[in-house]
Design a protein around this ligand. Structure first.
Ligand code: FAD
Length: 396
Protein backbone atom coordinates (compact mmCIF):
# COMPACT_ATOMS: atom_id res chain seq x y z
CA UNK A 1 0.00 0.00 0.00
CA UNK A 2 1.55 3.34 -1.07
CA UNK A 3 1.47 6.04 1.59
CA UNK A 4 -0.87 8.93 0.76
CA UNK A 5 0.65 12.28 -0.16
CA UNK A 6 2.03 14.14 2.83
CA UNK A 7 0.62 17.46 3.94
CA UNK A 8 3.44 19.41 5.62
CA UNK A 9 2.97 19.90 9.33
CA UNK A 10 3.85 23.51 10.00
CA UNK A 11 4.88 24.75 13.41
CA UNK A 12 4.44 28.49 13.62
CA UNK A 13 6.74 30.68 15.66
CA UNK A 14 5.79 30.72 19.34
CA UNK A 15 4.89 34.00 21.05
CA UNK A 16 7.98 34.99 23.13
CA UNK A 17 5.82 35.45 26.26
CA UNK A 18 4.38 31.96 25.89
CA UNK A 19 7.88 30.59 25.34
CA UNK A 20 9.15 32.33 28.48
CA UNK A 21 6.21 31.00 30.53
CA UNK A 22 6.81 27.41 29.42
CA UNK A 23 10.56 27.57 30.03
CA UNK A 24 9.98 29.20 33.46
CA UNK A 25 7.50 26.46 34.34
CA UNK A 26 10.08 23.79 33.47
CA UNK A 27 12.76 25.69 35.42
CA UNK A 28 10.53 25.67 38.53
CA UNK A 29 9.69 22.00 37.99
CA UNK A 30 13.41 21.18 37.80
CA UNK A 31 14.21 23.23 40.92
CA UNK A 32 11.39 21.71 42.97
CA UNK A 33 11.07 18.15 41.72
CA UNK A 34 14.34 17.19 40.02
CA UNK A 35 17.24 18.95 41.75
CA UNK A 36 16.51 17.55 45.24
CA UNK A 37 16.54 13.91 44.06
CA UNK A 38 18.67 13.82 40.87
CA UNK A 39 22.00 12.93 42.47
CA UNK A 40 20.57 10.13 44.63
CA UNK A 41 18.56 8.61 41.78
CA UNK A 42 21.55 8.84 39.45
CA UNK A 43 23.88 7.17 41.93
CA UNK A 44 21.33 4.41 42.59
CA UNK A 45 20.70 4.16 38.84
CA UNK A 46 16.98 4.27 39.53
CA UNK A 47 14.42 5.03 36.84
CA UNK A 48 12.60 8.22 37.95
CA UNK A 49 9.05 7.07 37.23
CA UNK A 50 7.45 9.96 39.19
CA UNK A 51 9.49 12.60 37.41
CA UNK A 52 8.74 11.12 33.99
CA UNK A 53 5.02 11.02 34.85
CA UNK A 54 5.18 14.70 35.78
CA UNK A 55 7.00 15.48 32.53
CA UNK A 56 4.14 13.78 30.73
CA UNK A 57 1.67 15.91 32.70
CA UNK A 58 3.51 19.06 31.64
CA UNK A 59 3.15 18.03 27.99
CA UNK A 60 6.91 17.68 27.45
CA UNK A 61 6.50 14.66 25.16
CA UNK A 62 4.57 16.79 22.68
CA UNK A 63 6.30 20.18 22.82
CA UNK A 64 6.73 20.49 19.03
CA UNK A 65 3.83 18.22 17.98
CA UNK A 66 1.02 20.37 16.52
CA UNK A 67 -2.07 21.01 18.62
CA UNK A 68 -4.30 19.25 16.07
CA UNK A 69 -2.54 16.01 17.11
CA UNK A 70 -2.72 16.79 20.82
CA UNK A 71 0.71 18.38 21.27
CA UNK A 72 1.64 21.83 22.56
CA UNK A 73 2.45 23.04 19.01
CA UNK A 74 5.45 25.10 20.15
CA UNK A 75 8.53 25.97 18.12
CA UNK A 76 12.05 24.56 18.24
CA UNK A 77 13.30 27.56 20.24
CA UNK A 78 10.85 26.72 23.00
CA UNK A 79 11.89 23.08 22.82
CA UNK A 80 15.59 23.89 23.26
CA UNK A 81 14.70 26.14 26.21
CA UNK A 82 12.91 23.19 27.82
CA UNK A 83 15.83 20.86 27.08
CA UNK A 84 18.38 23.28 28.56
CA UNK A 85 16.36 23.46 31.79
CA UNK A 86 15.97 19.68 32.07
CA UNK A 87 19.68 19.14 31.40
CA UNK A 88 20.55 21.81 33.96
CA UNK A 89 18.80 19.64 36.58
CA UNK A 90 19.67 16.18 35.28
CA UNK A 91 20.91 15.48 31.77
CA UNK A 92 19.47 11.95 31.72
CA UNK A 93 15.94 13.36 31.64
CA UNK A 94 16.54 14.90 28.23
CA UNK A 95 17.24 11.40 26.88
CA UNK A 96 13.65 10.43 27.59
CA UNK A 97 12.27 13.10 25.27
CA UNK A 98 15.03 13.50 22.69
CA UNK A 99 14.79 10.42 20.46
CA UNK A 100 11.03 10.47 21.12
CA UNK A 101 10.91 13.98 19.61
CA UNK A 102 13.16 12.89 16.73
CA UNK A 103 10.84 9.99 15.87
CA UNK A 104 7.86 12.38 16.07
CA UNK A 105 9.73 14.88 13.87
CA UNK A 106 10.29 12.19 11.23
CA UNK A 107 6.55 11.49 11.18
CA UNK A 108 5.61 15.21 11.30
CA UNK A 109 7.98 16.09 8.46
CA UNK A 110 7.78 13.09 6.16
CA UNK A 111 4.79 10.99 7.24
CA UNK A 112 1.51 10.91 5.31
CA UNK A 113 -1.60 12.46 6.87
CA UNK A 114 -2.78 8.98 7.77
CA UNK A 115 0.53 8.15 9.44
CA UNK A 116 0.41 11.41 11.43
CA UNK A 117 -3.12 10.65 12.62
CA UNK A 118 -2.11 7.11 13.59
CA UNK A 119 0.97 7.86 15.63
CA UNK A 120 1.26 11.49 16.70
CA UNK A 121 -1.66 11.72 19.20
CA UNK A 122 -0.36 8.98 21.52
CA UNK A 123 3.20 10.29 21.14
CA UNK A 124 2.07 13.84 22.01
CA UNK A 125 0.76 12.71 25.38
CA UNK A 126 3.71 10.42 26.04
CA UNK A 127 1.34 7.44 26.26
CA UNK A 128 3.54 5.89 23.61
CA UNK A 129 7.22 6.61 23.78
CA UNK A 130 9.38 6.93 20.69
CA UNK A 131 12.92 5.80 19.83
CA UNK A 132 15.17 6.34 16.82
CA UNK A 133 17.20 3.38 15.65
CA UNK A 134 19.92 4.05 13.11
CA UNK A 135 23.17 2.77 14.67
CA UNK A 136 24.32 -0.85 14.47
CA UNK A 137 27.28 -2.67 16.01
CA UNK A 138 29.25 -2.05 12.79
CA UNK A 139 27.57 1.15 11.65
CA UNK A 140 27.78 4.22 13.90
CA UNK A 141 29.54 7.07 12.12
CA UNK A 142 29.37 5.07 8.90
CA UNK A 143 25.59 5.12 8.54
CA UNK A 144 25.71 3.87 4.95
CA UNK A 145 27.08 0.56 6.26
CA UNK A 146 23.87 -0.57 7.96
CA UNK A 147 23.02 -4.22 7.37
CA UNK A 148 19.58 -4.62 9.01
CA UNK A 149 17.28 -5.67 6.15
CA UNK A 150 13.59 -5.20 5.35
CA UNK A 151 12.41 -7.47 2.54
CA UNK A 152 9.07 -6.78 0.89
CA UNK A 153 6.56 -9.62 1.08
CA UNK A 154 3.14 -8.58 -0.27
CA UNK A 155 1.66 -5.90 2.00
CA UNK A 156 4.41 -6.40 4.57
CA UNK A 157 8.15 -6.10 5.10
CA UNK A 158 10.13 -8.79 6.92
CA UNK A 159 12.86 -7.27 9.11
CA UNK A 160 16.06 -9.04 10.20
CA UNK A 161 19.15 -7.64 11.88
CA UNK A 162 20.59 -6.12 15.03
CA UNK A 163 20.52 -2.44 15.96
CA UNK A 164 22.79 -0.99 18.65
CA UNK A 165 22.47 1.82 21.19
CA UNK A 166 18.69 2.20 21.01
CA UNK A 167 17.88 4.88 23.57
CA UNK A 168 14.37 4.35 25.01
CA UNK A 169 14.36 1.04 23.12
CA UNK A 170 12.71 -1.05 25.77
CA UNK A 171 10.04 1.41 26.87
CA UNK A 172 9.29 2.60 23.33
CA UNK A 173 6.02 1.81 21.57
CA UNK A 174 7.20 3.47 18.34
CA UNK A 175 10.65 2.97 16.83
CA UNK A 176 11.84 4.98 13.82
CA UNK A 177 13.98 2.37 12.08
CA UNK A 178 16.56 2.60 9.28
CA UNK A 179 16.73 -0.68 7.35
CA UNK A 180 18.09 -1.78 4.00
CA UNK A 181 15.47 -2.57 1.34
CA UNK A 182 16.23 -3.59 -2.26
CA UNK A 183 15.99 0.10 -3.30
CA UNK A 184 18.50 1.27 -0.64
CA UNK A 185 18.12 2.45 2.96
CA UNK A 186 14.48 3.05 3.94
CA UNK A 187 12.81 4.59 6.98
CA UNK A 188 10.06 2.72 8.82
CA UNK A 189 7.96 3.08 11.91
CA UNK A 190 7.97 -0.08 14.01
CA UNK A 191 5.08 -0.41 16.47
CA UNK A 192 5.68 -2.60 19.49
CA UNK A 193 4.62 -3.14 23.05
CA UNK A 194 7.07 -1.83 25.68
CA UNK A 195 9.17 -4.59 27.19
CA UNK A 196 12.06 -6.87 26.26
CA UNK A 197 10.16 -9.04 23.74
CA UNK A 198 7.47 -8.32 21.19
CA UNK A 199 6.76 -10.64 18.25
CA UNK A 200 10.07 -10.83 16.30
CA UNK A 201 11.77 -8.09 18.34
CA UNK A 202 13.92 -8.59 21.40
CA UNK A 203 15.97 -6.10 23.32
CA UNK A 204 19.16 -7.56 24.69
CA UNK A 205 22.18 -6.31 26.46
CA UNK A 206 21.46 -3.34 28.72
CA UNK A 207 24.38 -1.01 28.33
CA UNK A 208 26.24 0.12 31.46
CA UNK A 209 27.57 3.67 31.09
CA UNK A 210 29.96 6.20 32.63
CA UNK A 211 27.20 8.78 33.07
CA UNK A 212 23.71 9.39 31.64
CA UNK A 213 22.45 6.96 34.23
CA UNK A 214 19.13 6.39 35.96
CA UNK A 215 16.90 6.99 33.02
CA UNK A 216 19.10 5.28 30.54
CA UNK A 217 20.79 2.25 31.98
CA UNK A 218 17.67 0.20 31.47
CA UNK A 219 17.03 1.97 28.22
CA UNK A 220 20.08 2.05 25.99
CA UNK A 221 19.71 -1.36 24.45
CA UNK A 222 20.65 -3.59 21.58
CA UNK A 223 17.53 -4.48 19.58
CA UNK A 224 17.33 -7.61 17.41
CA UNK A 225 14.78 -8.34 14.72
CA UNK A 226 14.12 -11.93 13.66
CA UNK A 227 11.63 -12.28 10.79
CA UNK A 228 9.67 -9.42 12.30
CA UNK A 229 6.75 -8.42 10.06
CA UNK A 230 5.83 -4.78 9.48
CA UNK A 231 2.89 -3.46 7.47
CA UNK A 232 4.16 -1.84 4.24
CA UNK A 233 2.03 1.16 5.30
CA UNK A 234 4.67 1.83 7.97
CA UNK A 235 7.22 2.89 5.35
CA UNK A 236 7.99 6.63 5.72
CA UNK A 237 8.41 8.39 2.38
CA UNK A 238 9.72 6.41 -0.59
CA UNK A 239 11.56 3.10 -0.35
CA UNK A 240 15.31 3.62 -0.69
CA UNK A 241 15.08 7.32 0.21
CA UNK A 242 15.10 6.95 4.00
CA UNK A 243 18.65 7.91 4.91
CA UNK A 244 18.40 11.61 3.94
CA UNK A 245 15.09 11.81 5.85
CA UNK A 246 16.68 10.41 9.01
CA UNK A 247 19.81 12.52 8.60
CA UNK A 248 17.55 15.59 8.32
CA UNK A 249 15.92 14.62 11.61
CA UNK A 250 19.40 14.25 13.12
CA UNK A 251 19.78 18.03 12.65
CA UNK A 252 17.04 18.46 15.25
CA UNK A 253 18.88 15.86 17.33
CA UNK A 254 22.12 17.84 17.08
CA UNK A 255 20.42 21.07 18.12
CA UNK A 256 18.91 19.14 21.01
CA UNK A 257 22.35 17.80 22.02
CA UNK A 258 23.70 21.34 21.87
CA UNK A 259 20.89 22.52 24.17
CA UNK A 260 21.61 19.65 26.58
CA UNK A 261 25.27 20.59 26.56
CA UNK A 262 24.38 24.22 27.33
CA UNK A 263 22.29 22.99 30.29
CA UNK A 264 25.14 20.89 31.71
CA UNK A 265 27.69 23.66 31.04
CA UNK A 266 25.45 26.19 32.83
CA UNK A 267 25.06 23.90 35.82
CA UNK A 268 28.84 23.42 36.00
CA UNK A 269 29.47 27.15 35.66
CA UNK A 270 26.89 28.22 38.25
CA UNK A 271 28.28 25.71 40.74
CA UNK A 272 31.82 27.04 40.13
CA UNK A 273 30.73 30.67 40.49
CA UNK A 274 28.90 30.01 43.75
CA UNK A 275 31.88 28.07 45.13
CA UNK A 276 34.32 30.81 44.08
CA UNK A 277 32.31 33.30 46.16
CA UNK A 278 32.15 31.08 49.19
CA UNK A 279 35.42 29.14 49.47
CA UNK A 280 38.28 31.06 51.11
CA UNK A 281 42.01 30.43 50.82
CA UNK A 282 44.86 32.68 51.91
CA UNK A 283 42.36 34.91 53.73
CA UNK A 284 39.99 35.69 50.84
CA UNK A 285 37.38 34.06 48.60
CA UNK A 286 39.04 32.07 45.79
CA UNK A 287 37.03 34.21 43.34
CA UNK A 288 39.37 37.07 44.25
CA UNK A 289 42.41 35.13 43.02
CA UNK A 290 43.15 36.15 39.47
CA UNK A 291 43.78 32.57 38.31
CA UNK A 292 40.20 31.67 39.25
CA UNK A 293 38.82 34.88 37.72
CA UNK A 294 40.42 34.03 34.37
CA UNK A 295 38.77 30.62 34.44
CA UNK A 296 35.36 32.08 35.30
CA UNK A 297 35.61 34.66 32.51
CA UNK A 298 36.51 32.02 29.91
CA UNK A 299 33.78 29.68 31.15
CA UNK A 300 31.08 32.37 30.99
CA UNK A 301 32.19 33.50 27.53
CA UNK A 302 32.17 29.96 26.12
CA UNK A 303 28.79 29.27 27.73
CA UNK A 304 27.26 32.38 26.18
CA UNK A 305 28.73 31.56 22.75
CA UNK A 306 27.41 27.98 22.97
CA UNK A 307 23.93 29.23 23.82
CA UNK A 308 23.94 31.74 20.93
CA UNK A 309 25.13 29.13 18.41
CA UNK A 310 22.41 26.77 19.61
CA UNK A 311 19.72 29.43 19.35
CA UNK A 312 20.91 30.42 15.87
CA UNK A 313 20.73 26.81 14.63
CA UNK A 314 17.24 26.37 16.12
CA UNK A 315 16.03 29.60 14.52
CA UNK A 316 17.30 28.54 11.10
CA UNK A 317 15.82 25.05 11.39
CA UNK A 318 12.47 26.45 12.55
CA UNK A 319 12.45 28.90 9.63
CA UNK A 320 12.97 25.99 7.22
CA UNK A 321 16.44 27.24 6.23
CA UNK A 322 19.38 24.98 5.55
CA UNK A 323 21.15 24.39 8.86
CA UNK A 324 23.56 21.46 8.43
CA UNK A 325 26.53 23.74 9.12
CA UNK A 326 24.84 25.66 11.94
CA UNK A 327 23.49 22.56 13.72
CA UNK A 328 26.94 20.96 13.42
CA UNK A 329 28.69 24.06 14.79
CA UNK A 330 26.25 24.34 17.70
CA UNK A 331 26.63 20.65 18.60
CA UNK A 332 30.42 20.74 18.23
CA UNK A 333 31.02 23.92 20.22
CA UNK A 334 28.39 23.40 22.92
CA UNK A 335 29.48 19.82 23.67
CA UNK A 336 33.18 20.74 23.84
CA UNK A 337 32.15 23.63 26.11
CA UNK A 338 30.22 21.27 28.41
CA UNK A 339 33.27 19.01 28.67
CA UNK A 340 35.60 21.95 29.33
CA UNK A 341 33.31 23.62 31.88
CA UNK A 342 32.64 20.37 33.74
CA UNK A 343 36.41 19.89 34.08
CA UNK A 344 37.07 23.50 35.07
CA UNK A 345 34.23 23.45 37.59
CA UNK A 346 35.74 20.36 39.19
CA UNK A 347 39.15 22.03 39.35
CA UNK A 348 37.70 25.20 40.90
CA UNK A 349 36.03 23.02 43.54
CA UNK A 350 39.36 21.41 44.43
CA UNK A 351 39.12 18.13 46.36
CA UNK A 352 35.42 18.31 47.09
CA UNK A 353 34.72 18.52 43.36
CA UNK A 354 36.08 14.99 43.05
CA UNK A 355 33.69 13.57 45.64
CA UNK A 356 30.20 12.19 45.16
CA UNK A 357 28.84 14.75 47.65
CA UNK A 358 28.40 17.43 44.98
CA UNK A 359 26.81 17.12 41.52
CA UNK A 360 29.99 18.42 39.84
CA UNK A 361 31.25 14.84 39.39
CA UNK A 362 27.97 14.02 37.60
CA UNK A 363 28.46 16.87 35.12
CA UNK A 364 31.98 15.53 34.52
CA UNK A 365 30.58 12.05 33.75
CA UNK A 366 27.60 13.31 31.70
CA UNK A 367 29.45 15.77 29.46
CA UNK A 368 31.42 13.31 27.27
CA UNK A 369 28.24 11.76 25.86
CA UNK A 370 27.45 15.00 24.04
CA UNK A 371 30.81 14.83 22.27
CA UNK A 372 29.94 11.35 20.94
CA UNK A 373 26.14 11.15 20.49
CA UNK A 374 24.26 12.29 17.33
CA UNK A 375 27.49 11.99 15.36
CA UNK A 376 30.87 12.35 17.03
CA UNK A 377 32.57 15.73 16.98
CA UNK A 378 35.07 14.40 14.45
CA UNK A 379 32.14 13.63 12.14
CA UNK A 380 30.60 17.01 13.04
CA UNK A 381 33.68 18.77 11.67
CA UNK A 382 33.35 16.79 8.43
CA UNK A 383 29.65 17.76 8.20
CA UNK A 384 30.52 21.42 8.74
CA UNK A 385 33.35 21.39 6.18
CA UNK A 386 31.28 19.56 3.55
CA UNK A 387 28.39 21.96 4.09
CA UNK A 388 30.68 24.97 3.71
CA UNK A 389 32.22 23.59 0.51
CA UNK A 390 28.78 22.74 -0.93
CA UNK A 391 27.43 26.18 -0.09
CA UNK A 392 30.38 27.75 -1.87
CA UNK A 393 29.40 25.76 -4.98
CA UNK A 394 25.68 26.50 -4.63
CA UNK A 395 26.31 30.16 -3.68
CA UNK A 396 23.85 29.45 -0.84
C1 FAD B 1 24.60 6.50 25.42
C2 FAD B 1 24.43 6.43 23.94
C3 FAD B 1 23.15 6.49 23.41
C4 FAD B 1 22.95 6.37 22.02
N1 FAD B 1 21.68 6.41 21.52
C5 FAD B 1 21.48 6.16 20.18
C6 FAD B 1 20.14 6.06 19.65
O1 FAD B 1 19.15 6.23 20.36
N2 FAD B 1 19.99 5.75 18.34
C7 FAD B 1 21.05 5.53 17.50
O2 FAD B 1 20.83 5.26 16.32
N3 FAD B 1 22.34 5.65 17.98
C8 FAD B 1 22.57 5.94 19.28
N4 FAD B 1 23.86 6.04 19.79
C9 FAD B 1 24.98 5.73 18.88
C10 FAD B 1 25.84 6.92 18.53
O3 FAD B 1 25.18 7.75 17.60
C11 FAD B 1 27.18 6.37 18.00
O4 FAD B 1 27.86 5.80 19.11
C12 FAD B 1 28.02 7.44 17.35
O5 FAD B 1 27.44 7.85 16.12
C13 FAD B 1 29.45 6.92 17.05
O6 FAD B 1 29.41 5.70 16.37
P1 FAD B 1 30.33 4.48 16.89
O7 FAD B 1 30.10 4.32 18.35
O8 FAD B 1 30.07 3.31 16.02
O9 FAD B 1 31.81 5.00 16.69
P2 FAD B 1 32.70 4.80 15.37
O10 FAD B 1 31.91 5.20 14.18
O11 FAD B 1 33.26 3.42 15.38
O12 FAD B 1 33.86 5.86 15.60
C14 FAD B 1 35.03 5.56 16.38
C15 FAD B 1 35.96 6.79 16.32
O13 FAD B 1 36.39 7.02 14.95
C16 FAD B 1 36.06 8.35 14.56
N5 FAD B 1 35.69 8.32 13.13
C17 FAD B 1 34.85 7.43 12.50
N6 FAD B 1 34.77 7.71 11.19
C18 FAD B 1 35.58 8.82 10.98
C19 FAD B 1 35.92 9.59 9.83
N7 FAD B 1 35.41 9.33 8.61
N8 FAD B 1 36.77 10.62 9.98
C20 FAD B 1 37.29 10.92 11.19
N9 FAD B 1 36.99 10.23 12.33
C21 FAD B 1 36.16 9.19 12.22
C22 FAD B 1 34.88 8.75 15.45
O14 FAD B 1 34.76 10.17 15.55
C23 FAD B 1 35.29 8.10 16.77
O15 FAD B 1 36.25 8.93 17.39
C24 FAD B 1 24.08 6.21 21.15
C25 FAD B 1 25.37 6.18 21.70
C26 FAD B 1 25.55 6.29 23.07
C27 FAD B 1 26.96 6.23 23.62
Amino acid sequence: MAPEVSRPTATTSTDPDVRRDIVDTVRRFVANEVAPVATALEHEDTYPADIVAQMRGLGLFGVTIPEEYGGLGLDLLTYIGVIEELAFGWMSLTGVVNTHTMAATLIMTHGSDDQKRRWLPTMATGTRRGALSLSEPDAGSDTRNISCTAVRDGDEYVVNGTKAWVTNGERAGIVALAARTEEGISAFIVEKEPGPHFEGISTGKHVGKLGYRGVETVETVEMSYTDHRLPAANLIGEAGRGLPLILGVLEVGRINIAARAVGVARAAFEAALAYARQRETFGRPIGEHQAIQLKLADMATHLEAARLLTRNAAERKAAGLRCDVEAGMAKLFASETALELATESMRIHGGIGYTVDLPVERYYRDAPLMVIGEGTNEIQRLVIARGLLARGRDTD
